[in-house]
Design a protein around this ligand. Structure first.
Ligand code: FAD
Ligand code: 3HM
Length: 377
């Protein structure tokens, strides 16, 4: 009988937990190292599309995800509070939720699959032939190493991948606040407050609020401003400034102003290669992107899943070539998504509305669990 193969994963984020679960479900013995002392996720809300929802179906996380998430009736875009579009996104699967809910659902799936998750374990380096070393000095030999340790990846940097980083001029501060639907409806009775509403103001000042209901009780709001705008990018937020531009959102902006918050500048990270020997990078470690298309975590989960499938199909001898083949097939989709997301960030063209069509939804419609997906393309 073949010996159980062992995978060591750096990072218990969305990418690491999906890779771990998909590998364990295919017979691998899997350990995930997480540098944080507690297992949790940062941030507020998230939008997931068909590509990652299909992965969640396959790893058995969907039932839990559906229990506390929603599909808003439409994605509405406004300029100066004038509606530009209300896209019902027919034929596209999408779901909004809190990041905490997604994280807990993934952790549950990982544990059910028998994954060992080790908090307080910081990875310091990895080698192309499968040795992973943690800060406590322990080194472990594995058949597969997955660097899912985010934008500052130690696996990536210790293996000497070449990294290119591009920053965009805008950035965002994210909050999870109570829905306050009755108060919002009192201020603007004709608005469908279950919609995602992307409120843009470009002239005379670039300020945007992306309003995303995450479930019946919680609202994700993201406040975008150029990094060069000191008041717009200030945390805690400048309540007078934001309510002067978005008076109809005053009840939820007041809640946001009570939270410290953190301003994230948009950035894109690209590496020369996603694999070296038996080590592979997934998620923000390999391909952090601007959030315009809401696909950073989506691509992370899609690539983590297809990596697990490709690694399982290969024998030990074939693994380095199989990982290189995985990158060759899967990377072009992510590269295009990164490019489009950066272009949207640079041009702010989502403010025109009607943007979820054609090439912009290629990733949302991608089917990572379909074995014939590349023949169809
Ligand atoms: P991370 O989430 O960064 O996880 C990495 C994990 O590795 C962390 O737990 C970290 O503690 C751990 N770690 C790091 N270093 C080490 C180490 N040396 N040893 C051990 N552990 C380590 N994506 C979407 O799909 N939809 C959205 O709506 C969306 N909105 C976004 C909005 C904003 C403003 C931003 C900035 C991003 C958004 N994204 C969205 C992108 C998404 O958040 C990321 O792409 C995603 O979280 C990446 O997941 P990851 O697992 O690769 O990395
Ligand atoms: C869901 C989502 N969509 C777009 C952005 C953005 O352009 O900053 C952020 C998001 O969380």
């Amino acid at each position: 009988m073949a010996e159980t193969r062992r995978a060591e994963i750096s990072g218990a984020g969305f990418a690491g937990l999906v890779a771990a679960t998909a590998l364990a479900q295919r017979g691998w013995q899997v350990r995930v190292h997480e540098k944080g002392e507690t297992l949790r996720t940062e941030g507020a809300g998230i939008v997931l599309w068909g590509n990652s929802l299909q992965v969640l179906d396959d790893i058995g996380a969907t039932h839990d995800i559906m229990s506390n998430s929603m599909t808003p009736p439409a994605y509405e875009t406004r300029m100066d509070n004038v509606i530009q579009s209300q896209e019902t996104l027919d034929g596209i699967r999408w779901r909004t939720m809190t990041r905490g809910h997604l994280f807990n659902s993934l952790l549950l799936a990982a544990r059910e699959a028998g994954v060992e998750v080790k908090p307080g374990s910081r990875v310091v380096s990895a080698t192309a032939d499968g040795v992973l070393t943690t800060a406590d000095g322990a080194s472990t030999k594995a058949d597969l190493i997955v660097g899912a340790d985010g934008v500052g990846s130690a696996v990536r940097d210790s293996l000497g991948f070449e990294v290119r980083r591009e920053r965009s001029r805008d950035g965002i501060t994210r909050f999870l606040v109570p829905r306050r639907k009755a108060e919002l409806s009192a201020l603007e009775p004709d608005t469908e407050w279950d919609n995602v509403i992307d409120f843009w103001n470009l002239d005379p000042r670039v300020l945007r609020v992306l309003y995303t209901p995450a479930n019946d009780e919680e609202l994700y709001i993201a406040l975008m401003a150029p990094a060069a705008d000191a008041e717009g990018s200030r945390v805690p937020i400048d309540l007078d400034l934001w309510t002067s531009i978005f008076p109809q959102l005053a009840p939820v902006l007041q809640d946001a102003a009570r939270i410290q918050g953190r301003y994230y500048g948009y950035q894109t990270t690209r590496v020369d290669s996603w694999t070296r020997g038996v080590a592979a990078l997934v998620g923000d470690a390999a391909h952090a992107m601007c959030p315009a298309l809401a696909q950073g975590a989506g691509c992370a989960m899609q690539n983590a899943y297809t990596l697990a499938v490709a690694a399982t199909a290969a024998s030990d001898d074939e693994l380095p070539a199989a990982l290189a083949g995985w990158e060759r097939l899967e990377r072009p989709y992510t590269d295009r998504c990164q490019d489009r997301s950066q272009e949207y960030a640079d041009t702010r063209a989502m403010s025109q509305g009607n943007q979820f069509t054609g090439e912009s939804v290629e990733t949302a419609l991608y089917e990572p669990t379909d074995p014939h997906r590349h023949e169809k393309a």
